[in-house]
Design a protein around this ligand. Structure first.
Ligand SMILES: [Zn+2]
Ligand SMILES: [Zn+2]
Length: 332
């Protein structure tokens, strides 16, 4: 398996695509549709002895432009099917209804979070200005959890891990002989950052709870190694899932203490207390993250549902955080 490093100055930086060589050469993720990433990808394939036309399959971990952007043009050149989870298939395909639905949820949330006019204009311009990074339309083959896709000299098993994105899926495979199961995990877990939850895909219901369930599943699967969408391989994926869950527990504590200090506050205000001033895509990710936590606290009865001003009021200043945010047990 070959890791192909892609530059990406637009989003989280330094994407990975992966090539499974063999009978059925398969590409995992495709990078943003910019000239420099296009070049990185072609050079990476070339170094492995392959061209775009050789690809027999393309699998995408999720719909974000830094993972799916080039899929359409690679498909046009190779004729390869593009597999992505059914929940993300419509957006990747460029289906106008799916794209409009995402946009309308986004606009409603921005309103509910009380993002002030100036940052709202900035983030809207940022998102609109980057629409072209999504690249060409894709003829998508939707997949579901448990599906198996012939790839390389073996197969990939779809493991649906929603949270960061509704359709986010890992693809599990047998590593080197005797090395156990490994997985391409996209942005389900990342080696340094905690993947954004709440702002990265506004279509996800109960985003924090959904994501924590995915972390628990990932921990239970206990892969030997994970190959993330950004940066270096993760040698203890279960341990990394545990650390990210612990991070969310701490963040939940901080959200409760912000409401305790400040009194009732909207998601934008909580975000400002947590993250300070935000720019570009972070204007979406910051209040999104705050919202994911507030929404979870509402569902758990710790915080009242937002009032007419979008403000959340703390009901219980001393909840049991261990119960609120389950941190998976891990073996290693
Ligand atoms: Zn992503
Ligand atoms: Zn990403």
């Amino acid at each position: 398996m070959e890791r192909i490093r892609l530059g990406n100055t637009v989003f989280e930086g330094l994407n990975n695509a992966y090539l499974l060589p063999g009978d059925r050469p398969t590409l995992v993720d495709a990078g943003v549709a910019t000239d420099s990433v296009r070049r990185d990808l072609r050079e990476g394939l070339d170094a492995a002895g392959y061209g775009v036309a050789d690809l027999d399959a393309i699998v995408l971990t999720h719909w974000h432009a830094d993972h799916a952007g080039l899929a359409g043009e690679l498909q046009a050149e190779s004729g390869a099917p593009v597999y992505v989870h059914a929940d993300d298939a419509g957006i990747v395909a460029g289906d106008p209804d799916a794209v409009a639905a995402e946009r309308s949820i986004r606009e409603r949330r921005f309103d509910e979070w009380r993002i002030p006019d100036e940052p709202l204009a900035e983030v809207t311009a940022f998102l609109d200005g980057h629409d072209d990074l999504r690249g060409d339309r894709v003829d998508v083959t939707p997949v579901e959890d448990g599906d198996r896709i012939a790839a390389g000299d073996g197969e990939l098993e779809v493991v649906h891990l929603p949270g960061h994105a509704a359709g986010l899926s890992a693809f599990a495979f047998d590593g080197e002989p005797g090395a156990g199961r490994e997985a391409f995990v996209g942005d389900a877990i990342l080696p340094k950052y905690t993947p954004n939850v709440g702002g990265a895909d506004l279509r996800v219901d109960r985003p924090l709870e959904t994501y924590l369930d995915s972390l628990a599943r990932l921990a239970a699967l206990d892969f030997e190694r994970a190959w993330p969408g950004h940066r270096d391989p993760i040698s203890d994926p279960a341990g990394r899932a545990r650390v990210i869950a612990e991070h969310h527990r701490e963040r939940t504590e901080r959200v409760v203490s912000v409401l305790d200090d400040h009194g009732p506050a909207d998601a934008w205000t909580v975000s400002a207390r947590l993250f300070g001033d935000l720019e570009a895509i972070h204007i979406l990710h910051g209040p999104g993250e705050a919202f994911a936590h507030l929404d979870h606290l509402v569902a758990e009865g710790v915080v009242a549902p937002p009032d007419d001003g979008g403000r959340y009021e703390l009901l219980d200043a001393d909840p049991d955080f261990d119960e609120l945010v389950a941190v998976p047990e891990t073996k290693r």
